[in-house]
Design a protein around this ligand. Structure first.
Ligand SMILES: Cc1cc2nc3c(=O)[nH]c(=O)nc-3n(C[C@H](O)[C@H](O)[C@H](O)COP(=O)(O)O)c2cc1C
Length: 380
């Protein structure tokens, strides 16, 4: 079952957290959530996160109310602010092709990269909320066309960030760039050819893009089999493409870590029992534009049940729920299946990020060391 990824999973497992830059928290439920979407709370959280083992913070992009997220801060500006308020944390901003012009974004990111000392990244998301596009007067492309546009978008970013003398050249169906000479280029960071490009989306088209053009493939919450199945397919695509770096995998999970297992499961039950039903149902209707809008019916939310959707990225499915020891075992299970990064959401971010750093992470690191020893032993 271990995935043979010498260059990938021998690295320590990385952790990212969802920046709560939209109101309503990470679950669509009336349960108390001691989480705030405002700036001051988020600055304190980012500093706490980098002191508690988190390498990355992912800001969501949402332009309009949906699933209870009635208020939203924009992702690129919010990420930059968090980058400036921290010292080591890498900040990832979600961006939509179709709403951003890629050359403008490339320039924006290059500047933000200098301001943060090489700590900005993008999560390219192809979109599922049709109303966001149509209410801005932008066309809503059919699902796989959105991914064809995303593919070009990512290639344009990379071309602009790495082009030599004479500037960037690109001719595609969606984008054209001619002699665009970006100065300054992004910061030179050892092992990083350009700012990292993550991609969210799990359909067949998303997997192809993940393997061929993205640096990171982000999976929605999944059980072991659901995650492994994607890893194998994406690695298959990666083997066919010239890549600057091997593809890496991030997995979403909603973590409920408590001293007692029963308490963790009680919390999950309460979140679901108090679900905001109309908001979850509205969300379920809107996300039919994702995986379910494809010919093969594969992709995000294609088989999600009501309970899954209460965490809007299927985060309960990853089952990072229980005691620190149980969660550490689960995290190692995903690492063995190819995960390089766990993207975490919490009910009460500030206090649970601290709990993670104090109680969960040390056990994960111990178990990683055991795993490394066992692998070394197996190869001698
Ligand atoms: C980790 C992750 C983060 C995402 N963040 C956003 C986001 O901030 N805004 C957004 O509109 N979509 C976001 N998406 C969803 C993407 O827009 C995705 O392309 C869309 O749901 C279609 O997915 P599909 O390829 O499975 O059909 C995210 C997806 C993942 C996996």
């Amino acid at each position: 079952m271990d995935i043979d990824t010498d260059h990938r999973t021998d690295e320590p497992l990385r952790f990212a957290y969802w920046v709560p830059n939209v109101s309503g928290g990470l679950v669509t439920s009336t349960i108390e959530q001691r989480t705030d979407w405002g700036y001051d709370y988020n600055v304190r959280l980012a500093r706490t996160a980098e002191a508690n083992g988190f390498d990355y913070a992912l800001s969501q992009i949402r332009y309009m109310a949906s699933y209870g997220a009635d208020h939203q801060h924009e992702a690129t500006s919010f990420s930059l602010a968090l980058g400036l308020a921290t010292e080591r944390l890498k900040v990832i901003a979600a961006v939509h092709p179709g709403l951003w012009q890629p050359a403008v974004l490339a320039k924006w990111i290059a500047t933000a990269d200098h301001l943060t000392g090489g700590r900005i990244a993008v999560n390219v998301v192809s979109g599922w909320l049709k109303d966001e596009f149509t209410s801005m007067g932008e066309p809503w492309l059919e699902h796989d066309e959105r991914y064809r546009r995303t593919n070009e978008f990512i290639r344009v970013l990379r071309e602009i960030w790495t082009a030599g003398d004479g500037g960037a050249e690109f001719r595609g169906d969606f984008y054209r760039v001619h002699g665009f000479d970006l100065k300054p280029k992004p910061v030179e960071v050892p092992g990083r050819p350009h700012p990292e490009i993550f991609q969210g989306g799990n359909s067949t088209a998303a997997r192809r893009n993940g393997g061929t053009v993205s640096d990171w493939y982000f999976s929605n919450g999944k059980d072991y089999d659901g995650f492994s199945e994607q890893v194998h397919e994406v690695l298959g695509h990666a083997a066919t493409a010239p890549r600057l770096r091997p593809v890496r995998f991030g997995l979403n999970g909603f973590m409920i870590a408590r001293d007692a297992e029963r308490e963790a499961h009680e919390t999950l039950r309460e979140i679901i029992a108090k679900a905001n039903r109309p908001a979850v149902e509205g969300f379920r209707a809107a996300v039919q534009q994702a995986g379910n809008a494809t010919g093969d019916g594969r992709g995000m939310w294609a088989d999600s049940e009501f309970d899954d959707l209460v965490q809007y990225n299927d985060g309960f499915r990853t089952r990072l729920i229980g005691t620190p020891e149980q969660i550490a075992d689960r995290a190692i299970g995903y690492k063995r299946r190819g995960a390089n990064l766990l993207l975490l959401g919490f009910l009460h971010f500030q206090e649970e990020v601290e709990y993670f750093g104090a109680k969960v992470l040390p056990i994960i690191r111990e178990k990683e060391a055991e795993l490394a020893r066992a692998r070394q032993h197996a190869t001698v």
